[in-house]
Design a protein around this ligand. Sequence first.
Ligand code: NPQ
Ligand code: MG
Length: 366
Amino acid sequence: MEITGVELRRITMPLVAPFRTSFGTETARDVLLVRVVTPGAEGWGECVAMAEPRYSSEYADGAAQALRRFLVPALPRHADAHAAGRAMEPFKGHRMAKAALETAVLDARLRAAGESFGSFLGAARDRVPCGVSVGIMNSVPELLDAVAGYVEEGYVRIKLKIEPGWDVAPVRAVRERFGDDLLLQVDANAAYRLSDAHHLARLDAFGLLLIEQPLADDDLVQHARLAKLLRTPICLDESIESAAHAAAAISLGACAIVNVKPGRVGGYLEARRIHDLCRAHGVAVWCGGMLETGLGRAANVALAALPGFTLPGDTSGSGRYYATDITPPFVLDGGHLPVPTGPGLGVEPVPEILDEVTVSTEWIAL
Ligand code: NPQ
Ligand code: MG
């Protein structure tokens, strides 16, 4: 497959409501899109880096610079996704930037071949159950209203964002209001210390599916210590940037569950390796979310259909974040999203909508 060039496109998407986590409040999503152009087809990749390096060290402007300066120029003119991955390997880090380019190459290739992402990755089902991530709110009544709305929409699992000062009380309130059958989990985005173990153990009373990334990104050893002090299973997100990290976390006993985000680990190929590794070790995985547009969402839904994804993901409907998505929207049906079946991602941006949200474009000839 001959790649003639790569377009970097910046878009800004307003969020339907502010989304607050332990690392900050977002009101709009600043997204970098990568479009790979070949004579037969074009392919899209969505870079999940935030505008500011708060979730991880990557950020959208930095990812764009890594792409234009190093990653795109390293692409062979004739490349499939594996070759693209190999060509980018000499450059350290910048996994979200690499993931976007690899995804765009893979999408172009699959569209040309008429094969879907789901088929390529090894999807085992045609729809996936969906959870939703609920931000930190100003009050418990406000939170209960938000959760009630999502339960009403059919979400099969609720994830509450927590931080010190917003943990036991909101979890207790949601349990009391919605009962013990609601699938419920929490995500701290690295906001606690090991010295908070006694406090976090109070969450054990609420039958949570898991607690996600309670401690610092770079501290597998302390997560292993914490795991011994909690009954709630630990799930790692920020800590796992590769299959090697996942292997280390599993052998240390740092987690019982892994949140797989293709952007965080450098792409869908590495995400699939983590899935395979975890499955072989009996470690459950689920697909995380980074407020993707329909492009990133399509690929995530395909990934979430792999057999080892045994827990509902943060693969919410488009409407969870955006009033108008750049693709035809993903809409929940009985708590599930359908795995796209068309070639490649199976969805395309709507040109007029894409134009409306575009802030800049840049063409890099190969
Ligand atoms: C998580 N996502 O699992 C992340 C964190 C996150 C759905 O909870 C802008 C861009 C804002 C990416 C806020 C969910 C974000 C973001 C939170 C990612 O930890
Ligand atoms: Mg998380």
